[in-house]
Write a protein that binds this ligand. Structure first.
Ligand code: NAP
Length: 302
């Protein structure tokens, strides 16, 4: 049985950066990825805030990172990690394909998945008008009326992107102030085909085979409104998925793994990197920074 120095769970920016640092320290590395490499950054059309890489697409960023990881000699398997067993000097990572992989250290870099709104009908219409990725699905709504829900950077960027192609974009937010970067918000406000629907939540997604309208509720007055749209883009943040690892790490009430800036969890030899960790700033640059910190700390213990 092959024992890896470092097993990294998750091949997003944090996990792949960790792989680069561990491989360049001469370690034997396995990356375990549940779906496709790249993580959520692949949904970003244009990255404008990563130092010295202006205007690179999320897909290109992830592809470059992947090529680096493969070039340095990582093993990669596409399986979902379902748990970790900690036994003194080794850790065993179990996967959905009933495989057990053994390593001296583990870095959990599972990121987060899109949060659902919880509106009636939302689940039923996923892929039939409800989408969580404007850059993936936006083109299907060319010339149509759509709504974006959320008040963060993703919602503002999604609305900007969709306003280029769609007839009309409603931006629906539960408050009247946005978390998203001000420059982009100001740009969005100049678009003639964008209408802000503030202090409002989406309660119902309506349609037959596909979405035809949404029902909203004004949070202060309670007034309801039906808005005819063919697409609903949900951009209300992310949720981590770490419950499988709760036997070896502490998890906060929002589901994030507890660790400080050193990325060390409560179990020696198990680290956490990127968006799945408790932290204040979840950005590409902080995810890659976590990747480096976690890998170098893991390597220093080997
Ligand atoms: P986010 O910043 O967490 O924003 C989520 C938004 O959805 C908030 O405005 C929140 O409202 C709203 N919301 C949450 N739950 C809701 C619900 N159940 N119903 C209605 N609205 C709800 O998420 P994000 O925009 O996806 O961004 C995630 C992280 O990635 C952030 O740190 C962001 O800065 C970063 N990001 C960066 C870039 C970039 O720099 N280019 C691009 C995309 C994302 P409240 O404001 O009222 O809480």
């Amino acid at each position: 049985m092959s024992v890896y120095d470092v097993i990294i769970i998750g091949a997003g920016p944090a996990g792949m950066t960790a792989a680069i640092y561990a491989l360049r320290s001469g370690k034997k590395v396995l990356l375990i990825e549940a779906s496709a490499y790249g993580g959520q950054i692949t949904n970003t059309l244009k990255i404008e805030n990563y130092p010295a890489a202006p205007n690179i697409s999320g897909y290109e960023f992830a592809s470059n990172l992947y090529k680096q990881v493969v070039g340095f000699g990582a093993d990669i398997v596409y399986e979902r990690a379902t748990g970790i067993t900690d036994s003194d000097d080794t850790k065993i990572v179990h996967t959905s394909k009933n495989q057990d992989y053994t390593a001296k250290t583990v870095i959990i870099a599972t990121g987060a998945k899109n949060r659902m709104l919880g509106a009636i009908g939302e689940k039923k219409f996923i892929g039939r008008g409800v989408s969580y990725c404007a850059t993936c699905d936006g083109m299907f709504f060319r010339g149509k009326d759509v709504a974006v829900v959320g008040g963060g950077n993703t919602a503002v960027e999604d609305a900007l992107f969709l306003s280029e192609y769609c007839n009309k974009v409603y931006v629906i937010h539960r408050r009247d102030s946005f978390r998203g970067a001000k420059t982009k918000l100001e740009k969005l406000k100049t678009r003639d085909n964008v209408e802000f629907v503030l202090n409002t939540v989406v309660t119902n997604v309506i349609g037959d085979k596909k979405v035809s309208a949404i029902e909203t509720k004004q949070v202060h007055s309670g007034d309801t409104q039906k808005i005819a749209v063919e697409g609903l883009f949900v951009a209300v943040g992310q949720e981590p998925q770490n419950s499988e690892f709760s036997n070896v790490v502490d998890i906060d009430k929002s589901g994030y793994i507890v660790a400080g800036e050193d990325c060390q969890t409560r179990t020696k030899g198990i680290f956490v990197a990127g968006d799945c960790r408790v932290k204040n700033v979840r950005q590409l640059v902080t995810a890659t920074a976590d990747g480096a910190v976690s890998a170098l700390t893991a390597c220093s213990e080997l």
